[in-house]
Design a protein around this ligand. Structure first.
Ligand code: SF4
Length: 466
């Protein structure tokens, strides 16, 4: 076990002083910033930190690129299509920069952390002023100050990744919030770039996590999502065992918080004590996102996942024994290079056996620098696309069947606002995180209400307020 790296308090003070300096350098109206986020919840949370620092530096915010004085793209490296979107958007910003040369364009996050991507941006996108990786996030004020002062390009993809407490966060509006409990990943699944761009696992101290949750509750947040690449190994880097189960119990005691969710969980690290904590903590939602990735032991081995299909199923059985109403969701990769038809059928088998509420599935996307990117594919692109569709058809049927069984149930819904798709309806989410539409007054927004489910579709439920 190595010591968990933590950024020194003096360094955080330095960044705070730089924020003050930047703020005082703006005279007149506040400049406007736009932070665009790609990828996972961890990135959404990082963007809230970037916005927090920008707000301290005196920036106001806009969603309109033409209006912005600073555009920052917080990028994702997990799949190729997210990367291509970033490059496309960066290309489009060249014209904007030509008419507004004073604007700052920055690229940060997982893509920027990779040397070959940073090099490509440096060489081909000369209108980008600022490139920094995930490990330099806490140094953003200094990097921006340098770009503003010298009007020259600033690049920082150095560092190893460390915990930085005490920086400002600008949370999104509403009663739900993300709370990162750890960063990085030690697992090195053979297809995944995350351990290379986010570094080794670093767990925040439970006291720091709890202080943030209490502060969120004080601000009116009712639901927290605890985030980590693998929350089940929370505390391992500090030599603790079963620390996540213990953290869950302590968050459950925070007054004002009414719902707790978490993601992601690696099946190899999911413990009996975590399932017990989930079942015994009334605020923990009856929902478990447990990425299986494949139903074939051979493919799981090639993915370096370190569990078998049977081990996965035994966790599901135990979770259902303790929480019969638990909703299960998963991630699946179709077309991993060594996957053959028989392996894919094992995945269909696990779908039929578990009957997930929903799945998040993708066709394998090779990531430079990972072992799987060097493997030759057994199946053709056409075969992979056909398998993918076959799996979606099966899952849609399962999801629709599960939802149909909800009709008649009375469920507790956290109301999020007016439905964007159904006129005169409110929408909220149940404990399983499914959207429920129903008629009601907007004054119910942000409240927990009881709704009887009257109609079910594959992805959405409808109901009436009780
Ligand atoms: S557990 Fe595997 S898939 Fe998840 S972030 Fe770590 S390496 Fe990637």
């Amino acid at each position: 076990m190595n010591e968990t790296p933590v950024i020194d308090k003096n360094e955080i003070q330095t960044q705070r002083a730089v924020m003050e300096l930047v703020r005082s350098s703006f005279d007149g109206s506040a400049p406007k910033a736009l932070v665009e986020t790609y990828g996972c919840q961890q990135n959404v949370n990082d963007s809230q930190r970037l916005r927090g620092m920008l707000a301290e530096m005196g920036y106001a915010f806009t969603e309109n690129r033409e209006e912005a004085d600073l555009i920052l793209m917080n990028t994702c490296a997990v799949r190729d299509n997210a990367e291509q979107r970033v490059f496309g958007n960066l290309g489009a910003l060249k014209r904007l920069k030509a008419v507004k040369p004073g604007m700052i364009i920055g690229v940060c996050g997982c893509m920027a952390q990779q040397e070959h991507i940073a090099e490509r941006i440096r060489a081909k996108y000369r209108h980008v002023d600022l490139i920094f990786g995930t490990h330099a996030l806490y140094r953003f004020p200094s990097l921006l100050a340098e770009a503003l002062e010298h009007r020259s390009r600033v690049v920082d993809i150095s560092g190893e990744g460390a915990i930085a407490e005490g920086l400002p966060v600008k949370y999104d509006e509403g009663v739900k919030a993300f709370v990162s409990i750890m960063y990085g990943c030690n697992n090195f699944c053979s297809y995944c770039v995350v351990p290379y761009v986010r570094g080794r696992e670093r767990s925040r101290l439970a006291e720091d996590v709890l202080a943030e949750v209490r502060e969120l509750a004080r601000r009116g947040v009712r639901e927290v999502m605890l985030l980590g690449q693998n929350v089940n190994s929370y505390g391992n880097d500090r030599g603790e065992t079963d620390a996540f189960a213990e953290l869950l119990r302590r968050v459950n005691e925070v007054e004002g918080i009414e719902r707790i969710r978490f993601m992601s969980s690696h099946p190899k690290d999911l413990s009996e004590s975590l399932l017990l904590a989930m079942s015994q903590c009334p605020k923990v939602c009856r929902q478990l996102h447990l990425p299986v990735q494949s139903g074939s032991d051979r493919v799981l081995r090639d993915m370096n996942r370190r569990y078998t299909a049977e081990r996965y199923l035994s966790i599901v059985r135990r979770a259902r024994e303790l929480m019969p109403d638990i909703s299960l969701t998963t991630d699946i990769i179709v077309g991993f290079p060594t996957e053959e038809r028989a392996d894919f059928e094992d995945t269909l088998k696990i779908l039929r056996e578990v009957r997930f509420d929903s799945i998040f599935s993708f066709i394998f996307s090779p990531r430079e620098g990972t072992p799987a990117a060097r493997l030759k594919s057994a199946a053709t692109d056409e075969e992979k696309a056909a398998w993918f569709q076959e799996m979606l058809d099966l899952q849609n049927q399962i999801s629709a069947d599960i939802n149909a069984k909800c009709v008649g149930e009375v469920q507790e819904i956290l109301v999020e606002g007016e439905s964007r798709h159904e006129a005169d309806m409110l929408f909220g989410r149940n404990s399983a995180n499914k959207i429920v539409n129903f008629r009601g007054d907007i004054s119910l927004k942000d409240k927990l209400v009881k709704v009887r489910i009257t109609k079910a579709q594959t992805w959405i439920l409808y109901g009436e307020l009780i």
